[in-house]
Design a protein around this ligand. Structure first.
Ligand code: EPZ
Length: 460
């Protein structure tokens, strides 16, 4: 039952180019239908947004390709425009042209008006300090999956010689003596803090040595972009990155790496609903760890040159014990969608979340639908914490198989929200999933994709 209004709306919004922010609050889903068909994932949310910020560092226009139509991109577009960057669509679908030649300071209230719930503004610091000598960052948002601090970012900026002043509504950062290369060791291989150092070091005076850096594929793609701009960056063994500052960077032309998190989300949906989904654009080399777990649970996949087919080959799903980790481990963003499939596995699975301190909130809704998931706030082992700085580790024990039944649920955050969709699509009966707008933060045209996969839904 794909309601014509849904199709109509999706089509209308497609025509109106308003696909990014669907203008409704809830989806009514009739589950129990295997998702089958082909969809395409475009550029990774967690690269594209940073690549847009990197364009600020260039003296000339940049072209970014395969940009998905997601609201996080709209947020960064708005932030760039208030700083005087001209952002326009290019010739090909998904092309974005970014011209920083008129970059200027923005007022805190302008930045705040566009920042929304995004954490991206913190990454504007380095580029704005280089271009304008100052940056204003409002208090940041982000998904409700932990307190999302920025201490690693601010410490790194201070190492470069920046001065951080706390204001009632955010922070003001200046670089009275310019920015100089520094030796920085991160307490944890933080993705954002690594990006902060990269975006600041490339134009700093002298060499920067970054230790305990994040090395996710999205980080490597950002390094490739910076190298195209004229930066000198070498990735050494053991999470060390060396950056030699240069005086000038040019614009880049780059096709973004595909979105691994979206691909893993649809793969989990195929498993949970007993379906068969070909994800065009997905590449095996960046999903090896996920593919191993997917196979151990009982999923099957075929790797093609232009994508990966994920399907449920029949038979029972099997429980697994996994621990989230930094790359090349099992990404924290993959556990939420996969847990829905684990509710259908025979036996007890354990997911140990070691990156964020509150990333199992979404399981309440799954239990409401008939799942049997217990969250252990203190993790399962008393061993010394893997993550030195805070009591972060939690574990979820998922006992299955538990048939899921429809329920009214509300989306809590981006990845958890997508899990609610998968659960509603898996459950027998009707579900109402509200606050779905959050999902368009990171999943482009997800209604169109659900329609292409035969999901039965309508919008409210
Ligand atoms: C990025 O967040 C991603 N977001 C996250 O994806 C992803 O889960 C995460 O990296 C880990 O891979 C974007 O790229 C926009 P971190 P980020 O800095 O950079 C703590 C999604 O759904 N920390 O690696 O914020 C932090 O609290 C999102 O797409 C500090 O303590 O992640 C967390 O516990 C969710 N101080 C841990 O480090 C800091 O200054 C890892 O955070 C910074 C982080």
């Amino acid at each position: 039952m794909s309601d014509t209004s849904a199709t109509g709306l999706a089509t209308d919004s497609r025509k109106a180019g308003a696909r990014v922010g669907y203008n409704f609050d809830a989806l009514v889903i009739d589950g129990g239908v295997p998702l089958k068909g082909t969809i395409e994932v475009l550029g990774a949310k967690n690269l594209v947004t940073k690549a847009m910020v990197a364009s600020l560092l260039g003296e000339t226009q940049s072209l970014l390709r395969d940009v998905p139509e997601i609201s996080d991109v709209q947020v960064v577009r708005g932030l760039l425009e208030v700083h005087g960057v001209t952002v326009t669509e290019g010739v090909e679908p998904g092309d974005l042209l970014l011209d920083p030649s008129n970059v200027r300071s923005a007022h805190m209230h302008e930045i705040d008006a566009h920042a929304g719930s995004s954490r991206i503004p913190i990454l504007f610091c380095g580029p704005l300090l280089h271009q304008l000598g100052e940056a204003f960052i409002p208090d940041l948002g982000g998904c409700r999956i932990g307190d999302r601090p920025i201490d690693f970012h601010l410490d790194a900026l201070r190492h470069f010689g920046a001065v951080v002043d706390k204001l009632p509504t955010g922070i003001r950062i200046t670089a009275p003596n310019g920015l100089r290369g520094a030796a920085i060791e991160l307490p944890y291989p933080s993705v954002g803090a690594t990006e902060q150092v990269l975006l600041t070091a490339v134009r700093a005076e002298g060499t920067t040595e970054l230790r305990n850096a994040a090395i996710e594929p999205e980080i490597m793609d950002l390094i490739a972009i910076l190298q195209k701009m004229g930066a000198i960056i070498s990735v050494e063994p053991n999470r060390v990155i060396l950056i030699e500052g240069v005086d000038r960077l040019e614009g880049y032309s780059h096709r973004a790496i595909f979105d691994r998190n979206e691909a893993a989300s649809w793969a989990s949906a195929a498993l949970a609903t007993g379906g068969d989904i070909e994800v065009k654009g997905a590449k095996q080399e960046h999903m090896m760890t996920f593919l191993n777990v997917f196979r151990k649970v009982g999923g099957a996949f075929d790797v093609y040159e232009d994508g990966i087919r994920f399907y449920h080959p029949g038979g029972e799903l099997k429980p697994v014990v996994i621990e989230t980790d930094v790359h090349p481990g099992f990404m924290t963003d993959w556990q939420q969608p996969l847990i829905v499939a684990l509710t259908q596995a025979r036996g007890a699975s354990i997911v140990h979340e070691t990156v964020y301190e509150n990333r199992f909130g979404f399981t309440d809704a799954l239990n409401q639908m008939g799942a049997d998931i217990t969250v252990h706030k203190q993790g399962l082992t008393g061993t010394a914490r893997r993550v030195p700085r805070r009591n972060l580790e939690q574990a979820a024990v998922i006992v299955g198989p538990t048939p899921l039944h429809g329920a009214d649920v509300e989306v809590p955050d981006l990845r958890g929200g997508f899990s609610h969709l998968i659960a509603a699509l898996t459950a027998e009966g009707r579900s109402r999933v509200s606050n779905v707008g959050i999902i368009s933060r990171g999943y482009g045209d997800f209604l169109g994709k659900l329609e292409a996969l035969g999901a039965r839904f309508s919008v409210e």
